[in-house]
Design a protein around this ligand. Structure first.
Ligand code: URA
Length: 453
């Protein structure tokens, strides 16, 4: 594709047609589209058409850089240099049951790293950090920038959503992509994640790029492509960036659903929780502490992370952040006080055998159907609903034994979710030998010192 001459006056229809026909857009055209949409001068339906053309046609590196820059510059770029220490964030490309951010922000802050975290809501079948945080009664993710700085200075971490000030273009585009089948594009994911991360005033970024049945990038090579795109984009802006390609062939941990996931976060911060979730938190935490300059190596960062959990310091930091962001500490100290669904039903195993695989995307979609995510842009999220998995891949199961428990508030939704779940587990007669690694690869900054299984 060769660059097309810039259009003299911007019309969204021209940009849609060019992308549809595979012609490279100029930086000016991309800037005009992003800025017009952010200001409400281009309607959702035109941008939806353009997004779909991008999904189908892709983008060049130049277009991806222009889109990231335009989204980044749609708002304020924070300067946090007045705060001491290195500013490090972590971001996941999205998965099912992925609640690591809620553990990692306070964990790294407890080690002395400043974590300014701007997160997203649920996208497609994946859960969103903001929706999970809002399951804590009173927790405010909509802090203005001045308050964001105040919380950061007071406790070292703060978790908010995009504001009108920070990457507002991503907030609008993200919500539109969620309901138009336009999430699965490495170029759009890269621009979305990197624009909000680069706006945060960070020095370093740890990326968790998911691969497997519950990820947007089902194939490892696609995850690697996205990881390289994001690392390159971050480094171009002078940041230290590392990307871990991690497994999402089954939900992370056992809980899927907003309040349920907060329960599991609290378990991990108390030193318990499911093995895969705890291991991934320690691995990502090790990288955050290393890039944050408080650990000489990733291994040292992992050891420090374990100690911060064992000593209760990471949990205390989480409590402090919740308090400063208006959350009800009674629900943190006693998770039974978190929102609870009115009903539960179990899903029994149809046969005896071993869990061979799970369709993690279907499990995420079942949670969305229950009301744990959005099917339309204007939908509100039910914090209480979700799914508790009783089995993970390779586990033995007997006929009739529960595979999962559905937590629900509406019968009709539960019936639809159950249908999805029934198709989500594949059970084999013989034990499963193959074990997928939790960390597939590490890409970027000092990758060779961190690659582990
Ligand atoms: N997370 C984001 O912030 N944006 C995406 O597009 C996908 C995952």
């Amino acid at each position: 594709m060769s660059p097309a001459p810039a259009l003299t006056s911007f019309r969204a229809i021209d940009v849609i047609r060019k992308k549809r026909d595979g012609i490279e857009l100029s930086r000016g055209e991309i800037e005009s589209l992003v800025s017009s949409y952010t200001h409400g001068d281009v309607p959702d339906y035109q941008v939806s058409a353009w997004l779909m053309a991008v999904v189908l046609r892709g983008m060049t590196r130049g277009e991806t850089a222009a889109l990231t820059d335009a989204m980044l510059r749609s708002g304020e770029v924070l300067d946090l240099s007045a705060l001491s220490g290195k500013k490090v964030d972590k971001h996941s490309t999205g998965g099912v049951g992925d609640k690591t951010s809620l553990v990692l922000a306070p964990l790294a802050a407890a080690a002395g790293v400043t974590v300014p975290m701007i997160s997203g809501r649920g996208l497609g079948h994946t859960g969103g950090t903001l929706d999970k945080l809002e399951a804590i009664p009173g927790f405010n993710v909509n802090l203005p920038v001045a308050e964001f700085r105040r919380v950061l200075a007071a406790c070292g971490c703060c978790m908010i959503g995009q504001t009108a000030e920070i990457a507002p273009a991503d907030r609008k585009l993200y919500a539109l992509r969620d309901v138009t089948g336009t999430v699965e594009s490495p170029y759009l994911i890269c621009a979305s994640i990197m624009s909000k991360k680069l706006a945060e005033g960070i020095d370093a970024l740890v990326l968790d790029v998911k691969t497997g049945s519950g990820a947007f990038m089902k194939k490892e090579e696609d995850a690697v492509f996205l990881a390289e795109l994001m690392v390159e984009t971050g480094e171009r802006m002078g940041k230290q960036v590392v990307a871990l390609i991690t497994d999402m062939d089954q939900p992370l941990g056992c809980m899927v659903g907003n309040a349920l996931e907060v329960v599991e976060v609290i378990e991990v911060l108390h030193g318990g929780g499911p093995d895969d979730l705890r291991q991934l938190c320690l691995e990502l935490g090790g990288w955050m502490l290393h890039l944050g300059g408080v650990a000489n190596t990733v291994e040292d960062g992992k050891k420090q992370s374990e100690k911060l959990i064992a000593s209760g310091k990471a949990f205390d930091k989480f409590r402090r952040m919740v308090e400063l962001q208006g959350g009800d500490l009674r629900a943190i100290d006693d998770p039974k006080k978190l929102p609870k669904a009115q009903h539960t039903m179990t899903l029994p195993s149809p046969k005896t055998g071993y869990i061979a695989s799970m369709q993690a995307e279907q499990i995420g979609t079942a949670c969305v159907i229950l009301g744990g995510g959005r099917e339309r842009k204007e939908d509100s999220v039910d914090p209480a609903v979700g799914i508790v998995l009783h089995k993970k891949i390779r586990d033995a199961v007997s006929a009739g034994e529960p595979l999962a428990t559905i937590h629900y508030n509406a019968e009709s939704r539960a019936a639809r979710a159950r249908q999805r779940l029934e198709q989500s587990f594949q059970i084999a007669a013989a034990p499963i030998r193959e074990k997928r690694p939790l960390i597939h690869r590490v890409i970027g900054h000092e990758a060779e010192s961190g690659a582990k299984n």
